[in-house]
Ligand binder design. Sequence first.
Ligand code: DAH
Length: 339
Amino acid sequence: MIHDLQNIKEQAAEALSKAADSKTLEALRVKYLGKKGELTAILKQMGKLSAEERPKVGQLANEVRAGIEQMIEERSAAIKQAVLDARLQAERVDVTMPGKAAPIGKAHPLTKVLDEVKEIFLGMGFSISEGPEVETDYYNFEALNIPKNHPARDTQDTFYISDNVLLRTQTSPVQVRTMEKQKPPIRVISPGRVYRSDAVDATHSPLFHQIEGLVVDKGVTMADLKGTLELFVKRLYGDESVVRFRPHHFPFTEPSAELDVQCFACHGEGCRLCKGEGWIEVLGCGMVHPKVLSICGIDPEVYSGFAFGIGLERIVMRRYNIDDLRLFYENDLRFLDQF
Ligand code: DAH
């Protein structure tokens, strides 16, 4: 029996030293120390021993049990430590590593400049009024003094949806809608998308943006138009900007003009930027045609007004020196990231 007990101790020591996890360890505890375990099995046979052998064997059995218990305890502690070490290793964070940069979106250059334009006009007491992109022939042409067969229709290649419904070719129809529902004094700008059936190239796109402006009140004159638009250009391009008004024709204004700003690059000499002109066109404008006022229910004997239409892409291109309109619509981050 003494021999058996020593055997058990050796076997247990050997098995325990190999136990790599707590499950195996628990199985070994049951195997050696459990109620049906090997040590218990031997102790059950103690009755067969003589009175003098019994205490000796009993003492040894107790030592073996205590020894195995201690080994289990040590092994258990070692396993717990190993598990913890492995976890710490796996979850290790290198605090010196650079973080992952989260890409942050930015406003599109068209939006940025539009916001500036809005800010300038809001500062002059204008408010913002928008209209539909799908328009009727009446608002886009007829009410603006552009009857059927008028040559102005040819210059605005229109996307028709049906005979009378179209994608607006200009933001000017918002003038009509505004005058129909609002009595003077009126001071609004109307930014928005417009559509023309143009082939895409560096300066043309079937979709682009305009900002319409309209002022109607008693006693509004061409001097108000000039003062307002000159101030706008100076706010947008800087106080040193030089502007000129050049006579032009639009069916819905009389008289009509185009506003040019002197080329920033050559100061009027003529260069590549201004295509040798010395001046760069910024917008179309004029005194609202009395016919248009009448059509909209405003008495031209009492009220007068001025209107203007700014091409947004154009002023943004000038602002940032962009020479190809297509860049605005391609959503190439290498381009958009620069603003
Ligand atoms: N609607 C014109 C265009 O698309 C631009 C324009 C010119 C608007 C003169 C106006 C204006 O309000 O008075 O070419």
